[in-house]
Design a protein around this ligand. Structure first.
Ligand SMILES: C[S@@+](CC[C@H](N)C(=O)[O-])C[C@H]1O[C@@H](n2cnc3c(N)ncnc32)[C@H](O)[C@@H]1O
Length: 285
């Protein structure tokens, strides 16, 4: 089976899927914390790094800078549009970008010091199969670093926890209906520590970074929150899951032209967690 005929993942990923814009917005928004997470790995010049599910490729340059001189970075993604964007983002000197399913990676076993993979295993029908596949690509003593956003619930409306709770529940119900998934399917990925231990990695560590923003926001923060969250994650698709009053209030808070727009409130305070779980393989096989 090649990447274009691979079955769609848990959240509908295929070679033809394209959410380039959302990935670019997220990486511009979370760049400071993602770079901090990469720095926490203490990579060394000369190391070989794989970014599995590299999306639009922003991390490729950040990883390459940590392993220079003499290092190598390979990006791999299932989606044609994401691979095209990643190739545009990283010059050939920075990283090689492959279109492939990470479950059937066309790469030599035991050839990487680090497999970095952010917000990807929650897209797989079997996160364990993904971790096993990445583990095979690591040299003895190599590490797999799995990043996952929002293991803690995000805070959007510091002044209205009720509306936030209802919106989060509406998003869950939307995903349940769209992908026929129940809450357990969507939250199974919280157990990353357990999944890495189950995969036989002897040395597992976890660290959570907080993405924290208050008004006034940087343009990157505003673009991400308005487009990727307020419009595309919430927006009209949540209307069936909220009462008329709650939906209308949400729309006022999300509308940049409305006086109640959340991001211009002096009490705007946003929190999102980013958790990095790192498992090291044994030094010798
Ligand atoms: C939420 S995005 C994260 C992208 C990137 N890591 C980032 O943090 O911006 C998930 C990515 O995983 C890719 N993906 C999903 N299933 C995959 C698979 N089986 N093999 C390779 N890539 C996959 C998708 O195409 C998408 O680019």
């Amino acid at each position: 089976m090649n990447s274009s005929t691979a079955p769609s993942g848990l959240l509908g990923d295929t070679a033809a899927r394209d959410y380039t814009r959302k990935l670019r917005l997220f990486n511009a928004f979370a760049a400071p914390e993602l770079r901090q997470a990469i720095a926490s790995l203490a990579l060394k010049p000369g190391m070989r790094v794989l970014d599995a599910g590299c999306g639009t490729g922003e991390a490729l340059g950040w990883l390459a800078a940590e392993v220079a001189p003499g290092g190598a970075v390979v990006g791999m993604d299932l989606a044609t549009s994401h691979v095209r964007a990643a190739r545009g983002m990283a010059s050939e000197d920075t990283a090689l970008v492959l279109q492939a399913n990470l479950l059937e990676a066309p790469l030599l076993p035991a050839s990487f010091d680090l497999a970095w993979s952010v917000n990807v295993i929650n897209h797989l029908r079997s996160p364990s199969a993904g971790i096993d596949a990445l583990g095979l690509l690591l040299r003895p003593g190599g590490r797999v670093a799995l990043g996952q956003s929002s293991l803690l619930p995000d805070m959007y409306f510091a002044w209205d926890s009720r509306l936030e709770r209802l919106v989060n529940e509406a998003v869950r119900r939307y995903y349940r209906d769209r992908y026929q998934l129940d809450e357990r399917d969507l939250t199974a990925v919280r157990a990353i520590v357990g999944l890495l231990r189950k995969a036989g990695l002897p040395d597992v560590h976890a660290r959570t970074f907080m993405i924290e923003r208050i008004a006034p926001l940087r343009p990157e923060d505003e673009d991400y929150l308005v487009e990727a969250i307020f419009r595309d994650t919430w927006g009209s698709r949540l209307q069936p899951y909220l009462t008329k009053n709650d939906y209308e209030e949400l729309m006022r808070l999300c509308d940049p032209l409305h006086p109640d727009f959340a991001l211009r409130r002096p009490d705007f305070h946003f929190l999102q967690s980013f958790t990095l779980v790192v498992g090291a393989t044994a030094q010798t096989t």
